[in-house]
Design a protein around this ligand. Structure first.
Ligand SMILES: Cc1cc2nc3c(=O)[nH]c(=O)nc-3n(C[C@H](O)[C@H](O)[C@H](O)COP(=O)(O)OP(=O)(O)OC[C@H]3O[C@@H](n4cnc5c(N)ncnc54)[C@H](O)[C@@H]3O)c2cc1C
Length: 464
């Protein structure tokens, strides 16, 4: 790729991530070949790799910069059917891996709540899934990848080769350079089915007790009702699952057929409609316990069957908030968060609570840590939503927790730096030509100044 191609700014349209907030102008340049990067002559000042844009805030956006679009780097490179080790380009999606691997009896080692994310994006956010308590993060299952820097340096990274770059890039939010290819260690399955067990609960205590009892389950997560009050406060459904040990035909999945074609008026999503939805959802499981054999698609990806479901929130978009609070007094913190939501009058439609385990993440900046994690989303409503998010961030700080950059559009530099004190060490690995709007917001330094800034003693003052 030539520098002139990188520099070409046609009309700089605005880009948005899954949350649709913020919308920022940038130039999109698709990468078709791994060798296209870096450009032959001097590169443009500021760029960022992007995958499927399934992050919620601005971690995959760069205002007035160049977005290196990687979904065109979508080739499989090699697969060992005996060991399940896959090597592919970084723009291959988890959906494409499942389509290829499930019929052969292999499954993803870790998967988020959508399969429409790229391998590069999964590494850069070091994503977690419902099996975090036993499997840790995605990065743990990536034995090797290639990182290419804007100066042309190509680094093969593994826990023993360029191990510092390996640690900085897993969870490195796309800032350390471009991941061109990666290896992913898949896990064997004999069936598409998941042995499911759902249990209704009321209260955070009850949720924690169920989590404790499900330590050996491969997958566990709970949906929690953030609107119900009184005797129903913090009610929810705890969901456990294990891959079925009974062999059955491993057919490939069908592509989603439904799509939400237009933005719905955001007024449709209010406290009352969410209240009604939550009541229905809670009652959809009739008894306290439910056991069933279910397909993996609805178990892992309940929303993927409707493409563009983010349009439900109207054209102003949605704000996600995800925190993890350490176990010690984390329960009190979760209760404070739930109370802050009910008293704000806003309602979260999708509220998910889970216990993270103590399997260490390989990434220097990875989000997961032992404790209770809560993920919520709110429609963007000027004043109310931002005020609430500020309050939730404050509670997170007070309970010594941290927030997830992949789900964030609001945290301040001070908050980020208290959540991730290792960010200073990380800053040394940031490619001087790479940046994101998230990074500029939380570090206070643009890409061009960063290399210089990190070597000066005044960095702390400039950033905090
Ligand atoms: C419905 C839904 C459910 C979700 N559930 C979960 C969940 O359970 N757990 C979880 O952890 N996350 C979850 N997420 C968030 C999502 O998994 C992450 O944001 C993921 O990283 C998105 O991947 P992407 O390909 O869309 O990357 P993008 O959002 O496009 O980019 C993410 C980051 O990766 C970087 N990047 C992308 N490609 C490369 C590359 N080739 N080289 C270097 N850097 C690169 C980008 O710069 C950016 O910083 C969910 C998102 C949605 C929409």
């Amino acid at each position: 790729m030539s520098a002139s191609k990188l520099r070409q700014k046609k009309s700089a349209p605005a880009f948005e991530s899954w949350g649709r907030y913020p919308r920022l102008p940038a130039t999109l340049v698709p990468l078709y070949w791994m060798e296209e990067f870096p450009p032959a002559d001097r590169p443009v000042a500021s760029m960022l790799p992007v995958g499927m844009g399934r992050s919620y805030g601005d971690v995959c956006l760069l205002e007035n910069g160049t977005l290196l679009h990687t979904t065109t780097l979508d080739r499989f490179i090699g697969f060992d059917p005996k060991t399940g080790l896959l090597r592919c380009e970084a723009g291959v999606t988890l959906a494409e891996i499942l389509k290829f691997a499930v019929p052969l009896g292999w499954f993803l080692p870790v998967t988020p709540g959508t399969k429409f994310v790229t391998v590069g994006g999964a590494i850069a956010n070091d994503i977690h899934g419902k099996n975090h308590h036993v499997a840790g993060t995605f990065g743990r299952h990536v034995p090797r990848f290639e990182l290419v820097r804007s100066d042309g340096m190509r680094l093969e990274c593994s826990p023993i080769q360029n191990s510092d770059w390996y640690a900085a890039t897993i969870g490195g939010m796309g800032l350390t350079g471009l991941i061109t290819w990666a290896e992913v260690q898949l896990r064997p399955i004999v069936s598409r089915k998941i042995v499911y067990h759902g249990t209704k609960f009321v209260g955070v205590d009850a949720f924690l007790e169920l989590s404790q009892g499900a330590k050996n389950a491969e997958y566990s997560v709970a949906w929690i009702d953030c609107v119900a009050q009184g005797k129903n406060f913090a009610r929810g459904i705890f969901m456990r699952g294990d891959h079925s040990p009974e062999p059955s035909i491993l057919k490939p999945s069908r592509d989603p057929r439904l799509t939400l074609p237009v933005d719905l008026p955001s007024v449709l999503l209010n406290k009352y409609t969410v209240e009604a939805f939550n009541a229905l959802y809670y009652r959809k499981q009739l008894g306290r316990e439910k056991r069933a054999l279910v397909d993996y698609e609805p178990f892992f990806y309940p929303l993927d069957s409707i493409l563009h479901w983010n349009r439900l929130y109207g054209k102003d978009g949605l704000l996600q908030f995800q925190c993890v609070l350490p176990f010690e007094d984390g329960q009190q913190g979760i209760l404070r968060i739930l109370k802050a939501i009910t008293s704000s009058g806003l309602a979260s439609f999708l509220a998910v609570i889970k216990v993270f385990g103590d399997v260490p993440s390989p990434g220097m900046m990875s989000f997961p840590a032992p404790g209770i994690t809560l993920a919520l989303d709110f429609p963007v409503r000027r004043d109310v939503s931002f005020d609430l998010l500020e309050r939730l961030a404050y509670i997170t700080v007070e309970h010594h927790g941290k927030m997830y950059p992949a789900k964030d559009a609001c945290m301040t530099a001070l908050q980020f730096q208290s959540f991730y004190p290792q960010w200073r060490e990380f800053a040394h690995y940031v490619d001087p030509a790479f940046s994101s709007s998230f990074w500029q917001r939380v570090s206070g330094v643009g890409a061009i100044n960063l290399a210089a800034a990190t070597s000066t003693a005044g960095l702390g003052n400039a950033l905090v």
